[in-house]
Every structure is written in C-alpha cells, then in structure tokens.
Ligand binder design. Structure first.
Ligand SMILES: C[S@@+](CC[C@H](N)C(=O)[O-])C[C@H]1O[C@@H](n2cnc3c(N)ncnc32)[C@H](O)[C@@H]1O
Length: 214
C-alpha cells in the first residue's frame, strides 16, 4: 500500500492495475504476513520498465517471496532471464516455488546470500537492476550495481521517499525511522550527483527512483 497517496487514490490505482491470479495471491499473502513487498502500481511500473527498455537480463536485490520478481518476469521476452538475490533462505524457497508455479522454469534464478558478498560473483551486463534489499546497503552497493549495468540500462530503486519522510517536515516533526531516512536521503543525493546516471524519482508506492546509465 502506498504511503505517499491518500487511501482512496491508492485503492483506485491498485484497482486499475492488471495483475494475474498468482500475483494477486502473493499480494494477499504479503499483506496478511506484513511482508514489505512493493504495491501493485510499483509492480506494474517494473513490468513496463522491463518492456520499455527491452531488457533481457534483469537482476534484483531483495527477492522476498518473489512478488516483484513475478512482475519483472512478466515484462521479459521468452528468452529473457531474471536473477534475484535473497538473504533469507526460507523466503528464497517460497520465491522459487512461486516462480515454478508461474512456469518460469530456468528463466528465473533465486540466489540465497548476502548481496554485499555475492555481487562481485555476477557477470554483467544487466539491462535492468531492481534494488530493493537492505537500505543500509543502498550506498555501499551503488558502485557495483552501476558497474553491472549495460550502457543505457536502468537502475530502479524502491523506497527512496520512505513514506515521504525524506522531505523535511514543515512542523519539524521527527521522521518515523531517522536512520533509514538518513540512509535513503544520502543515497538519493548520490544518485542525483552521479555523472554516469540520469535519475528521476517517481511518487509511486514508497517512492521509486529510475536511473539510466549513460
Ligand atoms: C523490501 S523486501 C523485498 C521485497 C520484494 N522486492 C518484493 O517487492 O516482492 C527486502 C528483502 O531483502 C532481503 N535482504 C535483506 N538484506 C539482504 C542482503 N544483504 N542481501 C540480499 N537480500 C537481503 C530481505 O530478507 C527482504 O526479503
């Protein structure tokens, strides 16, 4: 559920977002278990970005149970591949089962491990990278992720508005999670200042940045 929009607008947008029965099931599971999955409009954005960029190799950091992965995979052509990384082995196993049920076969691989330790093992280039893991790793991983991106490739990062808390509160109310807000705000400044990237931040879901590598 978007934290940036009023509930009626968020519901309206979610209702306009075409999904499929498995995606809907995972969305319900995520809400019932309070898992931090992207919302439907963010999922739809991921599919559109994969299609618009004609991506065939996609990398995701932070699989959870495979919800955003299913949206990413929907955008891929039949010879496209998704590699997604998850530190929690139980969540990774659930994601594998969901990808199996989606009929993705060998087109989707779930790698269990810490993205910070595993990233150097991946061979680029990737056409699109979806960064949705540990917020403390957003900045430390940035160099490695940019290196793995193809020229013209997209780095898409979730939660960059952190419920709107990245913007200073006019009444000086303290943000809900000051440490996360500091980390995300610092990452946003790095993206904006990086001469290799052009970045736009969209108020979709919890805030999604889309950076193109020049
Ligand atoms: C926000 S959730 C991902 C949600 C998922 N992208 C979706 O929308 O369906 C973040 C996930 O990153 C995983 N994670 C945390 N630290 C990680 C790390 N160092 N390496 C890989 N995954 C990590 C967490 O276990 C969690 O499942």
């Amino acid at each position: 559920v978007s934290q940036l929009l009023s509930a009626p607008i968020a519901q309206y947008l979610a209702g306009l977002t075409p999904a499929d029965p498995l995606i809907d099931e995972l969305g319900r599971t995520g809400r019932a278990r309070d898992l931090p999955l992207v919302d439907e409009p963010t999922g739809a954005l991921l599919e559109v970005l994969v299609r618009a960029s004609r991506a065939t190799r996609v990398l995701e950091i932070g699989t959870a149970i495979g919800y955003s992965g299913l949206w990413l995979a929907r955008g891929l052509p039949s010879d496209g591949t998704l590699i997604t990384m998850e530190i929690d082995a139980d969540r990774a196993a659930e994601a594998r089962e969901h990808f199996r049920r989606a009929g993705l076969g060998t087109r989707a691989s779930v790698i269990v491990g810490d993205a910070a330790r595993m990233l150097h093992k991946f061979a680029g280039p990737f056409d699109l990278i979806f960064n949705d893991g540990d917020k403390r790793q957003y900045e430390p991983l940035l160099e490695g992720l940019v290196a793995l991106l193809a020229p013209g490739g997209l780095l898409v990062t979730d939660d960059v508005l952190w419920g709107g808390d990245v913007a200073p509160d006019p009444d000086d109310a303290p943000p809900g999670d000051p440490e996360k807000v500091r980390l995300v705000a610092s990452y946003n400044r790095r993206l904006a200042a990086d001469p290799r990237l052009r970045t736009v931040i969209l108020p979709v879901g919890d805030g999604v940045s889309v950076s193109v590598k020049m």
